[in-house]
Design a protein around this ligand. Structure first.
Ligand code: C6P
Length: 424
């Protein structure tokens, strides 16, 4: 089934055959050569490629409907507003949010977490309060809390990672208490691929504290079925560009009562009710948190991405990534000097493989792979605390999506043999 610009009929969808080799035809960018080799794109944790249906949605919005939202009473503005608000409801439903007012459009996960930090954190945190983070966090879920802790006198506490790349959950109850105001953690690690048992963690947090739970879902929503309500968390952040959507758009979902209690994050047009010289009052949710002209095209593109992902099927995506991960780990183990990082149990991981290869530097590895037309990421992956835990300055990282095939893995394995030949 190719799920390109035109959606297949419901009848076709009743018995879809998941075939990554066919699905990848929906992604025009994948059909090219890099350094005279067919492109193999294995940098999906950084950003994913966009199907034709998303490109078409963006183009047709700009060609036919472009106008500012919630302002004009002319036809184009009406169309743009309807499309933008439909996108909010659509994207919210994709992660189990039943109330569109709880879906705030942001620039991405980073801005969603900053919204929580600068609105809720600055307003609520006091000297002696504690924020519990994990050693597994991306800098986006570390630095905003450091900044807000500096201003409020709150303290950061840390849940560690064990030798397997799993969170040391036995230590969690001891880290929680009266002073814990927030537990903020990633759903899936962008370095180790570890899928954290979020619902269980929320349960433990509720048993031992009154803390809020914020989840960084940047690497989860694109790869597995997510339902924010059944996870039981208070807030959940994710990015559009990692799930076939455009860059510059993301979501903060949070419970209505929490959002209602929070002051605005930024001030400007759109987020006010009345402005007087003496002060202003705020618009209702979700607009209170969306100052200025929003990323209208981005929201519409993300909605098209969500349509696409739903047609492919999130359960099928997760299953395919597990199969690819198993296949890749088996074959990579044959490359001399290969050392994979992250949990041994594939069921506890998503499609991310960070690795070391003998003494070869990750930047050299990735340069050689690039010369073979293979895109991977090398570096600390914006997770220096994880690197410190691993005792490495950097790793090479291959990250899969549903359009990757075993042929892609074979190409990488062959290229790593070349790297090994060069570095010995
Ligand atoms: N990780 C990676 O290559 P933004 O940049 O706001 O869309 O997402 C930030 C972010 C937050 N949390 C996690 C777990 C992430 O993986 C990311 C982005 C990319 O791993 C770029 S550094």
């Amino acid at each position: 089934m190719s799920l390109g610009a035109t959606a297949p009929s419901r009848a076709t969808l009743a018995t879809p055959v998941f075939d990554p080799a066919v699905l990848r035809r929906d992604f025009p960018i994948l059909d090219q050569e890099v350094n005279s080799r067919d492109l193999v794109y294995l940098d999906n944790a950084a950003t994913t490629q966009k199907p034709a249906s998303v490109l078409t949605a963006l183009e047709s919005y700009y060609r036919r409907d472009n106008a500012n939202v919630h302002r004009g009473i002319h036809e184009l503005s009406r169309r743009a507003t309807v499309a933008y608000e439909d996108a909010r409801a659509r994207v919210g439903r994709f992660v189990g949010a039943t109330d569109p007012a709880e879906v705030i459009f942001t620039r991405g996960t980073t801005e969603s977490i900053n919204l929580m930090a600068w609105s809720w954190g600055l307003d609520v945190l006091r000297e002696g309060d504690e924020i519990l983070l994990t050693e597994m966090e991306h800098h986006s879920n570390v630095v905003p809390w450091q900044l807000v802790a500096q201003r409020t006198g709150a303290t950061l506490r840390w849940l560690e990672i064990d030798d397997q790349g799993l969170l040391e959950l036995d230590a969690l109850p001891k880290l929680l208490g009266q002073r814990t105001r927030l537990v903020s953690l990633t759903h899936v690690s962008n370095v180790l691929g570890t899928v954290n048992p979020v619902a269980d963690i929320v349960h433990t947090v509720r048993e031992h504290s009154d803390a809020l739970v914020l989840i960084d879902g940047a690497q989860a929503v694109p790869h597995l079925p997510v339902d924010v309500r059944s996870l039981g968390c208070d807030a959940y952040a994710f990015s559009g560009h990692k799930m076939c959507g455009p860059t510059g758009i993301g979501v903060l979902w949070a419970r209505r009562a929490l959002l209602d209690s929070m002051p605005p994050f930024q001030g400007g047009g759109e987020m006010i009710r009345v402005v007087e010289r003496e002060g202003s009052t705020w618009a209702d949710l979700p607009h209170k948190f969306e100052a200025g002209t929003p990323n209208i095209a981005g929201a519409i593109g993300l909605s098209a991405a969500v349509d696409y992902l739903e047609r492919v099927g999130m359960a099928a995506i997760a299953r395919h990534e597990h199969e690819l991960l198993t296949y890749a780990l088996d074959h990579l183990a044959e490359v001399p000097g290969f050392r994979g990082l992250g949990p041994d149990q594939v069921e506890l991981r998503s499609g991310v493989i960070s690795f070391a290869l003998g003494d070869a530097h990750p930047h050299d590895i990735s340069t050689i792979l690039d010369s073979e037309g293979i895109a991977v990421r090398a570096g600390h992956h914006c997770a220096q605390l994880v690197m410190r835990h691993l005792g490495l300055p950097a790793t090479t990282r291959a990250s899969f999506y549903f359009y990757n095939t075993t042929d892609d893995v074979d190409r990488m394995v062959t290229a790593l043999h070349v790297v090994k030949g060069i570095f010995g």
